[in-house]
Design a binder for this molecule. Sequence first.
Ligand code: IPE
Ligand code: IPE
Ligand code: MG
Length: 259
Amino acid sequence: MNKPLDYIFPNPPVGLNPKALDISAIPQHVAVIMDGNGRWAKKRALNRLRGHKAGIEAVRETIRCASDLGVRYLTIYSFSTENWKRPEEEVVGLMDLFAKTMLAEVDGLHEEHVRVMTIGDMSMLPAETREAFDDAWEKTKGNDGMTLVVAVNYGARQEVLHAVQACARDIAREFAETGKMPVVTEELFERGLYTAGIPDPELLIRTSGEMRVSNFLLWQIAYSEFVCTDVLWPDFDRYELLRALLEYQQRDRRFGAVK
Ligand code: IPE
Ligand code: IPE
Ligand code: MG
């Protein structure tokens, strides 16, 4: 469902040319570490939660733009397994913001044919937040547009452990039934990941100038291209996404081979 580039990017800043984008080489899967909400708020002498609220508009615009460009999967890192260490007020505020935003946005996403799913341990979330995500999945699971993967209470090490545990159970069952030890293949292992069935991201974007992975998608980013920008997440918009995609398209992806 690609739309014309001048419709998607109506007012490009000087020096940025949307026509330079090769629409036939858009990544299937873009993953984003949305960072810098707190610093955005601090610069304005606002409470950190105001930064998270301002970040919602950037999420909305990124979803719309990615979907218009024909991206098949957009994964957004929204809350990590380490983010529980933050002050209670911020954690409670974020959980409330997730629930309210999901409730408010689900109909619009459904109209855009977006399918909304989550990765992470949802069992630890407050009931309203979990239910808002569950309801969004129920409503949109039949959609054939872009899949929005919201990483909430997500940690890559926890995900890898989850996959190892699933493998161990499969192996024990098969051994009990047949007396033979099955071989653990990449395919068997990947079946236990939260992202089972989703292609690995070709592009990983991190905002706010940080250059670390912060426990995000460790297995899946083995060959992802990283684009780090100094822009704080609430200032991210379609033109920043365009810049990241243009940079991605300049990269020489060799996968260990010689070109
Ligand atoms: C990212 O922004 C959002 C979440 C981790 C929930 P931060 O809240 O980490 O913003 P900074 O890094 O403090 O600026
Ligand atoms: C990573 O950002 C998590 C999310 C964006 C949800 P953090 O702000 O939590 O990461 P660190 O603490 O800078 O590594
Ligand atoms: Mg941060």
